[in-house]
Structures are given as C-alpha cells and as structure tokens.
Design a binder for this molecule. Structure first.
Ligand code: NDP
Length: 271
C-alpha cells in the first residue's frame, strides 16, 4: 500500500508475543473492506508490555487488540477503563479518543455470546488464568453458576476471595451435574496434554450437555476426549469471532450493526 493511501486510513494492530498466528488482521481487514470503512489492521510483535503505550502513539494508531502476554500491561497503559475491564484487570481492546487511551475487555463478552446456544446454567471451568478470571466474572453477572478448578492452588485464591466455588483437581468432588465443561487452560495448545486428570474428566463429562475449549484452530485432546464420550463440542473459534466483532464496534464508534459485522467476520474466518 502506498504511504499516501495509508495516511488516509485509520490504523489498527494486534500487539502480542507471539503474534504471527493471529487471525485478527484477517477478520478486521475483511470487515473494513466489506463495510467500506477506511481502516487498515496490522500485527505488532511487542516484547515489553511497558512499551505498549509509547508504541501505540508512535505508530499513530486509532485502536489495537492485545493478546498474550500483555493484557495486564494494556490495562495499565489506558487512561480510561470501562467498568468491566476495571473489574477484571485485563484489557484486550484499546481505542484512542483524542489523546486518551480507552480500554475494554471483549474476550469475556465474546465467550458469553459463544456459549449462548448451549442453554447451560452450571459451568465447570478447568483452569484459572486471566481468561478464566474475566469470563467467570461475566458469566456470574449473567446468572450462570461457575465452579473453577485448577491444577495448582495459587491462581485459585483470587477466585475464592471473589466468592467462586474453587478446588484443585486432587480435592474436587462434583456437586451434581455441570451443564458445560470448559477447558480454560492452555493444555493442548502446543502439547498433547489433557487439562485435567482423566479420572476427573470421566466423572464430569458424562452428565454434561457439552464441552467447550477456548483454544482454536485444532482439535485438542480435551475435545477429542469429549467427543469420544459422545458429547457435542465447540472450540474457541466462536469466542475469537465474537470478541473480534465487539472490538470492531469499539474501533468504529458503534456505527455498524453487530449482526452485520458478525456475518462478514464469520466469512473471513472461512478464507
Ligand atoms: P494464563 O497463562 O493466564 O493461564 C493458564 C492456565 O492454564 C492456568 O490455570 C494454568 O494452571 C493452566 N495450565 C497451563 N498448562 C496446563 C497443563 N498442561 N495442564 C493443566 N493446566 C494447565 O492463560 P490465559 O488465561 O491467558 O489463556 C488460556 C487459554 O485461553 C489459552 O489457550 C489461550 O490461547 C486461550 N484464549 C482464547 C481466546 C479466544 O478468542 N478463543 C481468547 C483468549 C485466550 P496453573 O495456574 O497451575 O499454572
């Protein structure tokens, strides 16, 4: 693209490390093109989260998404936070308005939208990282009962302080049936690991309506295990799509309809 064409466009990027795998540029550029919006979305490898704010302004950006491991750094970099981002301490969408940076978390509402079709009430999380934290809060606010399990104690403390039922895998006893079992860990992302001991999965999956993974782009051992038990499954692609739609609406000052953006971005993910 010529420099003068770029000057006429609003610029966006995704910051992360690594960032080469991200589908966000594809989704956003496809939507810009098909909605006739003058935007251009790239990707930026960022090693130091503390450099996020300076880099954002140096690149002349209008907005950005932030992925692993900089969501907490993005939270720190913003001047204004929406209520939910402030509550969960993690930002994955930043928009510049005048010279201020506004921060949002669209991962959690994206996940909430993605699980709507499962008609669940009781949800069991395997994993207690940053993504689990934001989604547990939004699910509870929306009326779901969320139980959070993790392989180690450390990250569970904050959930317990916030009133969630928590347990490490070794000390967990199911309290009735859980409608939805969710892999919120990164187990299976780069390895062939199940997120929890097989015996635990065998205790909860048979009574579940469905199993969901937040990892996308591959069939994880967790999803293969759930399928072998005859359960409906979904990977993290729908969450990715939905968080992207909500981010796009922030980037473009809500001038487009959610459904229209969703339809276009869904097509982009099939490319
Ligand atoms: P964090 O690093 O904050 O947390 C990782 C969690 O996974 C911890 O609970 C950790 O347990 C657990 N864990 C890691 N490896 C294993 C393992 N081998 N076995 C069991 N538990 C393990 O990660 P995030 O919360 O940021 O991300 C979690 C996942 O969500 C990632 O796979 C990421 O790609 C995905 N994601 C998907 C999105 C989408 O749009 N689909 C959006 C955002 C994230 P411990 O505390 O014991 O270390």
């Amino acid at each position: 693209m010529r420099n003068e064409d770029l000057e006429k466009k609003e610029l966006f990027t995704i910051f992360g490390n690594p960032v080469a795998h991200s589908k966000s540029p594809l989704m956003h550029n496809y939507a810009f093109k098909h909605l006739g919006y003058p935007g251009c979305y790239g990707r930026t490898l960022l090693e130091e989260g503390t450099r996020l704010r300076d880099t954002f302004f140096a690149l002349g950006l209008k907005g950005a998404n932030i992925t692993v491991p900089h969501k907490e750094a993005a939270f720190e970099a913003c001047d204004v936070l929406d209520d939910f981002a402030r509550k969960v301490g993690a930002v994955n969408t930043v928009v510049r308005k005048e010279e201020k940076l506004y921060g949002y978390n669209t991962d959690a509402p994206g996940f909430l939208k993605a699980i709507e079709p499962f008609d669940a009430k009781k949800v069991l999380f395997l994993g207690a990282g940053g993504t689990a934290r934001a989604t547990a809060v939004i699910l509870r606010d929306a009326g779901y009962e969320v139980t959070v399990l993790n392989r180690s104690e450390g990250r569970l403390k904050r959930f317990a302080q916030e009133g969630f039922v928590t347990a490490v895998y070794d000390s967990f006893y199911p309290e009735g049936a859980y409608d939805l079992i969710v892999n919120m860990t990164s187990a299976g992302l780069k390895d062939d690991a199940l997120p929890a001991p097989q015996a635990l999965l065998e205790a909860v999956i048979p009574d579940a309506k469905a199993c969901v993974d937040v990892i996308y782009g591959k069939k994880t051992p967790f999803l293969r295990f759930a399928e072998a038990q005859g359960k409906p499954t979904a990977d993290g692609l729908e969450m990715l799509l939905q968080q992207g739609v909500i981010a796009f609406l922030h980037f473009t000052d809500n001038r487009f309809e959610h459904q229209k953006v969703e339809k276009i971005m869904r097509k982009a993910l099939l490319l």
